[in-house]
Design a protein around this ligand. Structure first.
Ligand code: AMP
Length: 403
């Protein structure tokens, strides 16, 4: 038997029509290979595989997730690694919704798969795809332990006042309606890295984390535990995102149904796919938005202003909830790469001890770093997120504890 992958963890992030994967060493964080399967279920499916510094692309129809994952295994074989015969230590699956049931990384068996399926009512776009990825991986690697790592887990213990919606309590209880929060793996990882960067014990720190990617969320963290987060029952609530509006007057939903005669699925699609930056400006990629603004496009400018306005609203709320903050950290695609967003989000807050150093903020540096002046009372940081590494480490830990 080959031993090439011994100790490595395969991380699978399975979306409705895609699979992202990474094979990595959870201890050294070295990535052996990674890639993406796209457009599963369509005629123009494709896989892009990166290993040994080379990229291999194959285009073909990919009927379903099992076919997609089989193709991933073929790509590994073609680049010198037989995942089936080698000793992969564990498979870690990103699972979006753990509901009230799952609040820590969990070794997968049949009952866990059933429970994740049952939570599909709370995450109809995500959990069925996660289950498809899990079932495919269990079929292809039957002897390898599989671990589910939940996007909601970090926020499971939010204080009651933060997680409760002010609606009929019985109805809420009957339908699992509470704030769950998402991007938890990222918020947990990034806040831990921020504390390490500051050389401080997370237990001593009040932190605010802004995860600003295509999806975006904020969290307030005291002593390593979240006390609030911007996403809610679903990933629609909170900050303005690429295609989602974040906070809305709930009265907009019945108003759209009555006045625009949209049915509930049309409203769901509008809110998930055609709102946010895209709804306001026509584009959802922040780099394109920036280009439109630079060209004088006023709707793009408004989209940007709404985005920043919402960020600052959450910043203010979390400053007060925490009673002061030690560190504010930006992460994910926009948070890591847009000095403009970071500067605008924190502009004119010196009286609260919050300042951004322009040189540090605009430096061409991709690592975890300070962007506040050294003497500023509040540390402002950029910390690249790494959900795959966090999932690999969690899966490795669960397997070490249970075998
Ligand atoms: P993520 O979901 O974390 O992959 O982030 C995706 C978002 O990051 C997209 O809206 C991208 O436009 C944005 N992004 C990526 N690179 C940059 C960049 N250099 N400047 C601004 N935004 C970026």
């Amino acid at each position: 038997m080959g031993r090439g992958a011994e100790g490595l963890v395969l991380v699978i992030n399975s979306g409705s029509s895609s699979i992202k994967y990474q094979l990595l060493d959870p201890e050294s964080s070295v990535v052996a290979a990674y890639g993406t399967v796209e457009r599963i279920g369509e005629d123009d499916g494709a896989i892009e595989h990166h290993a040994h510094g080379e990229t291999t692309v194959r285009c073909r129809p990919i009927a379903d997730h099992t076919t997609g994952l089989r193709l991933v295994f073929d790509m590994f074989s073609a680049t010198g690694r037989d995942l089936v015969r080698e000793d992969v230590r564990a498979v870690g699956h990103r699972v979006v919704h753990g509901g009230e049931v799952f609040y820590r990384p969990t070794l997968i068996d049949d009952s866990v798969v059933d429970a994740i399926s049952e939570l599909s009512a709370l995450a109809p776009l995500h959990n069925p795809a996660n289950v498809a990825g899990i079932e495919s991986a269990r079929e292809l690697l039957p002897g390898v332990p599989q671990v589910a790592v939940f996007d909601t887990a970090f926020f499971h213990s939010l204080p009651d006042a933060a997680k409760t919606y002010a609606i009929d309590a019985e109805l809420a209880a009957a339908h699992g309606i509470r704030k769950y929060g998402f991007h938890g793996t990222s918020h947990e990882y990034v806040s831990g890295r921020a504390a390490a960067l500051l050389g401080r014990d997370p237990a001593e720190l009040n932190q605010i984390v802004f995860h600003l990617g295509n999806g975006a969320s904020a969290s307030a963290i005291r002593g390593g535990r979240p006390i609030d987060t911007s996403m809610g029952l679903t990933p629609l609530e909170g900050l303005v995102m690429g295609t989602r509006p974040g906070d809305l007057d709930p009265g907009i939903v019945p108003h759209l149904a009555r006045s625009a005669r949209l049915d509930i699925d049309q409203i769901d699609a509008l809110l998930n796919r055609d709102s946010g930056i895209k709804g306001l400006s026509g584009v959802n990629d922040f780099r394109e938005l920036q280009r439109l603004i630079d060209g004088g496009d006023r709707t793009a400018r408004l989209a940007y202003d709404v985005y920043i306005h919402r960020l600052r609203r959450y910043l203010g709320a979390y400053l007060v909830e925490l009673g002061g903050v030690d560190a504010i950290t930006f992460t994910a695609g926009v948070g890591e790469n847009s000095p403009q967003v970071r500067a605008d989000a924190l502009a004119n807050l010196a009286r609260f001890g919050i300042e951004v150093d322009q040189t540090a903020n605009t430096a061409n540096d991709r690592g975890a770093r300070h962007i506040s002046p050294p003497e500023a009372p509040v540390a402002v940081l950029v910390v690249p997120t790494n959900e795959e590494l966090a999932i690999a480490r969690a899966a490795h830990r669960v397997v070490a504890e249970t075998t």
